[in-house]
Design a protein around this ligand. Structure first.
Ligand code: NDP
Length: 394
């Protein structure tokens, strides 16, 4: 039994709150805190009376986070605010000796660049505090790292190549909208691509490499090579790896809108002068775009996210595909959220549950593939994210 403090009442925070309530034999006290109380109130009103408590917090301020952790006596913090808040919340967890979990790696607001360096640098502090920090417990990163660890544990002596394949075939009916925080999403997909081969990172132009992949239950989709954060830890933790790439599907309408917005400077993250005021174009664009949390009731179709791993078992070549398919409308019926928030929020709750139950434990900062994958894979089956494994021809 544990008191959980959830920070961030956005699309993912809603799913985490709903799912923690469904797991109230593990989380017997649930506090949802965010910058805007109204967002917390909306989520609270969807849940049974008294199921969660709510609070306001400025998670950019470590002292504020420490104060709330101490006031509620949290046993674990689930950070589903934005990547900008990772370090302040981690520091508050160290100060209060409270286990920490997030779903996205730290990003500096003024630089479109994400990496684990600063979070990994807190490993010693977490060790000294005698607490665990679990990084990237969403779907990708998150479940995809666990899929790689599961493949390594049960199917291979050595994995040589991994392709992570992320397909969202959901249709929300808007010409252009993002399925999670627009700023984070657009910074990620408009950046240069990067993959890892034979010990080095190879950079590509944005969307330069495309392949068509036939996603089970969805069909063939154009999939573009992007840099994605889980590759940074997987290259360190998967034995014998020679290449790892990440692909995500995008429709033509999304790409055309994005290119156009980029060409006119709307994806800029530096301040510009507008009628005597300073504005950041990307932040203004976020104000104009549909709130991802509002896409839930409109989105139809499925997500399919998985990994293809190829390597050797007992001297023979082996290739497997592990994937998970989720229907957007089913997600909305269960937790009032579309599939992208669902597939992120459920792994966050699973990670926290395993930490609270002591099935995943340790002192320091960990990535998902460093933990025993079996517990997580079992929980995915039980918590609404059933997965499949198929053997492919080498
Ligand atoms: P949203 O923008 O919908 O929600 C973020 C929430 O955090 C908002 O409610 C926001 O408050 C709150 N917040 C922002 N800044 C602060 C602050 N300083 N103090 C307190 N609260 C704050 O984002 P999502 O729910 O879509 O995404 C949440 C996280 O999940 C992000 O880090 C995202 O990168 C990650 N993610 C991970 C994925 C994965 O598979 N690993 C996939 C998708 C997302 P307010 O309402 O006031 O703006």
């Amino acid at each position: 039994m544990a008191t959980v403090l959830i920070i961030g009442a956005g699309g993912v925070g809603r799913v985490v709150a709903h799912k923690c309530v469904m797991n109230n034999t593990t989380f017997d006290r649930i506090i949802l805190a965010s910058r805007t109380l109204k967002r917390c109130e909306e989520i609270q009103s969807e849940l049974p009376n008294g199921a969660i408590e709510i609070a306001t917090i400025d998670a950019d301020n470590t002292a504020d986070v420490i104060d709330l952790i101490e006031r509620v006596g949290a046993n674990i913090v689930i950070n589903v605010a934005l990547p900008y808040q990772d370090l302040t919340i981690m520091d508050a967890c160290v100060a209060t000796k409270t286990p920490y979990l997030d779903t996205a790696n730290y990003e500096h607001p003024d630089e479109a660049m994400f990496e684990y360096k600063e979070q990994w640098a807190r490993d010693e502090a977490f060790k000294d505090a005698g607490i665990m920090g679990l990084l990237g417990s969403g779907f990708d990163p998150g479940a995809t790292n666990v899929f790689c660890a599961y493949a390594q544990k049960h199917f291979f002596d050595e994995i040589h190549t991994i392709d992570i394949l992320d397909c969202n075939a959901g249709d929300h009916g808007y010409a252009f909208a993002t399925n999670f925080n627009p700023e984070i999403n657009l910074r990620e997909v408009s950046a240069k691509g990067r993959y890892w081969e034979n010990g080095e990172w190879i950079e590509t132009e944005p969307m330069e490499i495309m392949q068509v992949w036939d996603y089970p239950e969805v069909g063939p989709k154009d999939s573009y090579l992007l840099y994605h954060e889980e590759m940074e830890s997987l290259v360190q933790n998967i034995k014998g790896l020679k290449r790892i790439r990440f692909f995500m599907t995008f429709g033509q309408s999304y790409l055309t809108h994005m290119k156009c917005l980029e060409n006119v400077g709307m994806l800029g993250i530096k301040e510009v002068e507008h009628k005597g005021m300073k504005i950041v174009p990307m932040e203004f664009l976020k104000t104009l775009l549909p709130d991802p949390a509002s896409l839930g009731p409109r989105t139809k179709g499925k997500t399919n996210i998985g990994i293809v791993a190829e390597g050797l078992k007992d001297g023979k070549k082996q290739k497997i595909y592990i994937y998970q398919v989720k229907d957007h409308e089913e997600c909305y019926a269960e937790v009032k959220s579309q599939g992208v928030s669902y597939t992120t929020g459920v792994p966050a709750v699973i990670g926290a549950k395993l930490m609270v139950e002591g099935k995943w434990s340790g002192h320091g900062v960990f990535n998902m593939e460093q933990m025993d994958p079996d517990f997580f894979m079992e929980e995915m089956m039980a918590q609404g994210l059933p997965w499949n494994i198929v053997e492919l021809e080498c």
